[in-house]
Design a protein around this ligand. Structure first.
Ligand code: ZN
Length: 335
């Protein structure tokens, strides 16, 4: 269609039809994401979260993904908000803001009832983003603002979060104490110093080797590049077959026992501190809530030997257990 041939009225009319259709398709996408989430399909495909699946598999931006997933949760909780979105009275951004607000309220220990949520959601209709922000702030001014992490370049992120006045004063005091060794340290430099020190301490206390990092331009079988300027540090190769294997031999088969620390460290080091779940060559990249999984479950006679142990994120560990033992069996373990 040559748009130049349309009258202005026709052009406006066509545009409004497209906007309505776009909202309808987005609502349909959210419906599909709900089903994918309920089936845990993203876990099967090797993603640790629905967020990771949508950004990497479907190619949506982080912001677009966050808005759709938060809106999905809101629509599950308050189905009437889907209609409000489709008819244009509730924007996707405001739906996501409402859900983040309800989550923060719940975290604070005094969750809203469904009726209260419905009333707040109704109040957010036909409001701009800024008006919605003001309304939600007025309802709970004590709540911390949602944290944001925006990608500025492949190696730089912009973080945005609020802190208490008390923490701000502590930072000022720390800057004073570090003023000789780190004059005029910025907040980012302070954070780098504190995080690196804490990480080093924790890794030492847990006996873990530093994580291997890979260059962007190298083939790495799914490894995530964390710092393209840092050369690889090979780890977890030398003592694979002596220290831990010796410890494993004395561990009983089919019985849950506390694994020796050396063995846990070896599993961690072999996996480079990342979830080892794989599906069709795609490895989960999660470093969050990692657990040791028995590939052949103890309940089915599996052993505690190193060859039967894998590092998995909590979600993939649970997913593997449900696949092997069945949902009903796992539910009874968790009661
Ligand atoms: Zn995982």
């Amino acid at each position: 269609m040559n748009l130049a041939t349309l009258t202005s009225d026709q052009l406006l009319s066509e545009t409004k039809i497209i906007v309505t259709e776009e909202r309808r398709m987005t609502a349909k996408l959210i419906e599909h994401l709900t089903e994918i989430n309920q089936r845990h399909l993203f876990l099967k495909l090797g993603y640790s979260s629905l967020f990771e699946f949508v950004t990497k598999e479907l190619g949506l931006s982080e912001g677009a993904t966050q808005r759709r997933i938060q809106s999905m949760r809101l629509m599950q909780d308050l189905p009437e908000t889907r209609q409000a979105y489709e008819n244009g009275s509730l924007s996707l951004s405001n739906a996501a803001k409402l859900q983040s607000h309800f989550q923060a309220i719940k975290k604070s220990g005094v969750p809203k009832t469904i009726e209260e949520k419905k009333a707040i959601a109704k109040s957010a209709e036909n409001k701009s983003q800024s008006e919605c922000d003001q309304m939600l702030f007025g309802l709970a001014p004590e709540l911390p603002k949602p944290e944001k992490a925006r990608m500025l370049s492949p190696t730089v992120r912009e973080l945005k979060f609020s802190i208490s006045e008390d923490l701000f004063k502590k930072i000022a005091r720390l800057k004073g104490l570090l003023s000789h060794s780190h004059p005029n340290a910025t907040l980012a430099e302070l954070m780098e110093l504190l995080v690196t020190n804490h990480l080093t301490k924790l890794e030492k206390a847990k006996g873990l080797q530093p994580l291997r990092v890979q260059k962007c331009d190298e083939s790495n079988s799914g490894e995530t590049c964390e710092n393209p300027k840092t050369p690889h540090v090979k780890a977890g190769k030398t003592d694979k077959n002596n220290l831990v294997h010796t410890a494993a031999k004395s561990l009983p088969i089919g019985i849950r026992v506390a694994l020796p620390n050396a063995m846990k460290q070896q599993v961690w080091n072999n996996a480079n501190g990342r979830c080892e779940y794989e599906y069709r060559g795609r490895r989960c990249s999660s470093r969050y809530q990692l657990e040791i999984d028995h590939v052949h479950p103890l309940a089915l006679g599996g052993s505690n030997e190193l060859s039967n142990l894998k590092l998995k994120c909590k979600r993939h560990n649970g997913f593997a257990a449900i696949q092997t033992l069945g949902f009903a069996k796992m539910s009874s373990f968790r009661k």
